[in-house]
Design a binder for this molecule. Structure first.
Ligand code: GRF
Length: 206
């Protein structure tokens, strides 16, 4: 059956447990959401995120950096694999690789990432640990369009999460992830249903 033109095509990239992916898979089960996950890509085998894709009947692919002679070759291969699925939005949901220039040339205006701190504080892969070590009382999650930097692109939305006195890295990480998943689902839905513009650092959803 041909899908209505208004259903946006999402490609989701993962490297781990895929709980953000699962939130999107669950949300897109509702036709009124306005999008469906057409493929899941990963940079490694054997992760729960790929199992979640299989359980949902969504095709997946793996492109490992070490299977390519150079990082640029990997970037091109990843770009091609994603492009095959003609995405309206590409979403990095715990994808632990920085993409390269070819990928950004193809998808730079529609490549989202979700990060588990309030950027620009604590970029990188240990956000909650770094926030805890710094002693902040408030942290959160940031959804942004990816640019060539690490966690530096134009921000779509942020949600604040309190840090509790008895938090350790795990408890804080999980509290952030709950808020992060809700934000991801809500904002991806808004983007696909309403569209967006990016002007400099400013993202506007009409
Ligand atoms: C998210 O908290 C994301 O911000 C971070 O990694 C986590 C991915 O979790 N980069 P999951 O794989 O979606 O469960």
């Amino acid at each position: 059956m041909t899908e209505p033109a208004s259903v946006a095509r999402l490609v989701v990239l993962v490297s781990g447990s895929g709980s953000n992916l699962q939130a999107l898979l669950d949300a897109t089960a509702d036709p009124g959401y306005g999008a469906r996950v057409v493929a899941v890509g990963a940079d490694r085998d054997g992760i729960a995120g790929l199992d979640r894709a299989a359980a949902a009947g969504v095709p997946s692919f793996v492109e490992r950096v070490k299977d390519h002679p150079t990082r640029a070759d990997w970037d091109k291969a990843l770009t091609d694999r994603v492009a095959e699925h003609r995405p309206d939005l590409v979403i990095s949901a715990g994808f632990l690789k920085l993409v390269g220039p070819e990928f950004l040339a193809a998808f730079g205006d529609r490549y989202l990432n979700t990060h588990n701190t309030l950027l620009p504080a604590f970029p990188g892969i240990h956000g909650p640990r770094d926030a805890l070590a710094y002693g902040v009382k408030l942290t959160g999650a940031t959804l942004f369009f990816v640019d060539a930097g690490m966690d530096t692109g134009p921000i779509v939305a942020q949600v604040a999460v309190p840090v509790r006195d008895d938090d350790d890295e795990d408890t804080l990480t999980e509290r952030i992830k709950s808020a992060e998943r809700r934000q991801l689902v809500e904002q991806v839905g808004r983007l696909v249903r309403e569209g967006w513009t990016i002007t400099g650092r400013k993202v506007t959803i009409p």
